[in-house]
Each structure stands twice: as C-alpha cells, then as structure tokens.
Ligand binder design. Structure first.
Ligand code: CA
Length: 341
C-alpha cells in the first residue's frame, strides 16, 4: 500500500452537513500555471446519517452527458433531500474538460488508466491518487458517468466492470436494474485494472458506470434517460430522503461484447459510411458499412462485414477513418446466471 500523502489540498469539511462548493488545489506548475495550482471543482452535499456516494463525470473530458447532468444536480439538489453524503465532481479530469479532450493536455494521460495513481506523479496521476485514497476511502458506492465522447456513439447503457467477486457483481446488477437503462453492458473482469471501476472493485465499493451516447454532444432524450436513471439509482442506494420514485423500473437487458469478433475495424483510410446504427440487431456476415477511398475514384468502396451477430452497441462518430480505427461493435444478450458460473 502506497503510504505517501497527497499534495492536493481542499477546504471541504466532509463531516459538515449542508452544501459546500469548492475546489481541489491540484499542485502543478508550468508556463500557464505559474502559481502552481489547478482548481478542480467539487461539491459536497450532506444531511444526517446515510451512505456516502461519489458521483463523477468528466473522467474523460469530451464526454458531456454526465457533465451536464451533474452540473444541474449540484445546482438543484438541497441537503434536506438527502440522507447521507454526496461527493460530486462534475469535471473530474478538469484540465481535460477545459480542453474538450479525452485526456489531459497537461500530461496527455488518460484518467481512467491512472489508478491507483501517484501523489508525486503528473497531474492526472496525482488527481487519481487523491480520488482513490481520500474520496473513495469515505464511500460505499460510486457512479462514474461516461459516454462515447467525440470518437464514438454508444447505445445508451449502464456499464459494469465484471470484477470484484460474485457478491459485489450481484449488487452492481441490482443497481443497474434500478437505474433502468434499456441495456446494461457487463465488461469482463479482466478488463483494465487501472480504471476508476477497478479501483472501486479493489476496495469493495459498489461502482455503477454508464455509457450515455456521445459523439461530443448531448441530446435531450439521452439526458432525460440519464436524469431519470440517476434519480432511481440514488433512491436504490438509500441516499434520497423520503419515498422512492413511483414509476416501475424499466427492465434492462444484460449484454456483453464477445472479444475481437465483436468489433469491425477499418482496413484502410477513407470515409466510413455506416449501414447500421446503435440498437439495431445484425447477423454474422451482414454488411456493417463501406469505406470510400477519398482520392482513388477508380477504386471500389470496401465492404466491411460483421464477424458476429448481435446488437450494435458502439458506432464510431468521426466519418474520416484510418487503418485500425474501430468502426462498430456488437454485443450479445447474456443471462445473469452465466456471469457467476
Ligand atoms: Ca469514457
């Protein structure tokens, strides 16, 4: 266990009831930050006894649905509505959020590949270390709102990391059912161990993530899905005072990608014309789309085929593609029992 203390300071009193709006003082000195502090926004809203839950968006700076939802939540939520404590960071990797980019412009690091972090490391690693050792240490649950960002559009879904053992996975799936997105993706337990989800698994913290559309923008319909799901999930976690929502939870369908055969990759550079959108059901061998070579007008467009049938769960957003870019991914419906086999 890394015992080195964080260099990040913050005037929040995590024991105090009420609404506190402040920032973490992320220590970093370069040409732009001569005084050596990057202010990372944080809100703590607390009232009485109950769970402590971490709510994050902007883990990747170009994923806007969660950022917009949490900006609204911080401004609208009153302490009396709660029973417990919400720690909200709507712009988690703040330098990346300001740059509108997936990774931080300060060190070009990916926040979701920076755990358990390093208190003496570059800004992204110092921040992930603070999140793991200071914030997660107080929490019993965490919610990390992602989307496809500028590079992709997801079938709006709850996205669960399959690690942490059977009991924790059962609790994650119950929480995903409470959120009630049309789909819940269950990623393999062996997926990356440097993510915020993996950090929560290590600590036995219930983590629910989302992938809410993307494409570098927001739409009213996906925000509505996210807002409703978040409200249901916070009720499920027992942090909202009073009665839960009356509306029945929508039945979520559990889906999972099937490794390399799930993805369609660009074999050459050109313009990708998709033949399917997210949410469509396709069969093995169906044409996923074509790549048009830009300059060689006498060269036929290249047809790309699905190597596996299923539900289209991800589609690349930018039309201009290069060899090796992921263009589409399909996932198949799974039974909850098979996850524990
Ligand atoms: Ca993401």
């Amino acid at each position: 266990m890394d015992e080195r203390p964080t260099r990040i300071t913050c005037d929040i009193d995590f024991q105090k009831p009420g609404k506190q709006l402040s920032y973490l003082r992320l220590v970093h000195s370069d040409n732009r930050h001569a005084f050596g502090v990057v202010p990372v926004p944080i809100a703590v809203i607390a009232n009485g006894d109950g769970p402590t839950v971490f709510l994050a968006a902007g883990n990747h700076g170009d994923e806007y649905e969660g950022q917009v939802l949490l900006q609204g939540l911080v401004r609208s939520l009153q302490p009396a509505q709660l029973r417990g404590c919400l720690i909200i960071m709507p712009a988690l990797n703040y330098p990346a959020v300001l740059a509108g980019s997936r990774v931080s412009p300060l060190d070009h690091e990916n926040f979701n590949r920076a755990f358990p972090g390093d208190p003496d490391g570059s800004p992204t690693f110092a921040l992930s270390h603070f999140v793991e050792t200071v914030i997660l240490a107080k929490c019993s649950a965490a919610i990390d709102l992602h989307s496809g960002g500028r590079s992709a559009v997801y079938l709006p879904c709850v996205y669960l990391h399959g690690g942490g053992g059977k009991a924790l996975l059962q609790r994650k799936i119950a929480a995903a059912r409470a959120f009630g997105a049309p789909y819940t993706v269950v990623a393999r337990a062996t997926s990356d161990n440097r993510s915020l989800s993996a950090a929560c698994d290590r600590r036995g913290i219930l983590m629910v993530a989302t992938e809410l559309a993307g494409g570098g923008t927001v739409t009213p319909s996906v925000l509505q899905l996210g807002r409703t799901g978040l409200r249901r999930l916070l009720h499920h976690l027992g942090i909202f005072a009073g009665e839960g929502p009356r509306d029945d939870f929508a039945a979520t369908r559990l889906i999972a990608p099937l490794g390399a055969k799930s993805s369609v990759m660009a074999p050459t550079e050109g313009l990708f014309e998709p033949y399917h959108d997210v949410g469509e059901t396709v069969k093995e061998g169906d044409v996923a789309g074509v790549v048009h070579p830009v300059a060689e007008l006498d060269r036929p467009s290249l047809e790309l085929h699905f190597a596996h049938g299923g539900i289209v769960s991800v589609r690349r957003a930018p039309t201009l593609v290069a060899r090796g870019d992921y263009l589409m991914q399909v996932a198949v419906e799974i039974d909850e029992a098979t996850l524990y086999a």
